[in-house]
Write a protein that binds this ligand. Sequence first.
Ligand SMILES: CC(C)(COP(=O)(O)OP(=O)(O)OC[C@H]1O[C@@H](n2cnc3c(N)ncnc32)[C@H](O)[C@@H]1OP(=O)(O)O)[C@@H](O)C(=O)NCCC(=O)NCCS
Length: 182
Amino acid sequence: MYIKKLIGTKCYLAPIDMGDAEQYAIWLNDMQVAEYLTTASSVISLESEMEILGSLSREHNYGIVDLQTDQLIGIIGLLATNHLHRTSELGIFIGARDYWSQGYGREAIALLLDYAFKKLNLHTILLRVYDFNQRAIACYEKTGFKKIGEIRDGFIRNLEYHNIVLMDILPTDFYEANPQFK
Ligand SMILES: CC(C)(COP(=O)(O)OP(=O)(O)OC[C@H]1O[C@@H](n2cnc3c(N)ncnc32)[C@H](O)[C@@H]1OP(=O)(O)O)[C@@H](O)C(=O)NCCC(=O)NCCS
């Protein structure tokens, strides 16, 4: 059973449970998940994942849990938060692939952004996404993110260069796209 912190209609966000390190390590070693992340070229062992998870758990990173079944499906969080300038960077992955494209990502992001704007007083949330990750880009656009630029040839994969798309979102963008959170 997970602690429910931010609750939606499909999923909720729960503080990181260190007992899930093995599950996260399995997902990060699944190349069908990892190819969208920076971890495709990393070695992720249970030990290294414990370390990473330990530091993530001290900041605003949360497990994404299916509301119906209480099954952990992924992780979402805010990285490199700067409280002086009220900026942060969003990271997310749903490791349980059978949950992709069912609106869980969009809801998890909306729950975290509403919290970030209203409770953490953040203002500008940035993200980076590979240009071939059309599912993620569609999800981010629906949540209200705007494309602000691209790092040209910023990533090489399968012997080909790709751009890294930069997107950001302000409270006005978010509440326009998600009026139910107003
Ligand atoms: C990216 C991710 C978090 C998105 O979460 P999700 O629950 O799958 O996304 P959602 O269902 O909320 O939204 C995806 C949308 O893209 C659409 N979509 C799916 N595949 C698509 C494609 N190839 N091209 C365009 N749109 C696509 C879906 O139909 C959905 O739109 P809809 O709501 O109109 O049906 C999740 O897919 C994931 O974790 N993927 C693997 C890791 C990853 O890419 N992390 C992000 C790194 S930046």
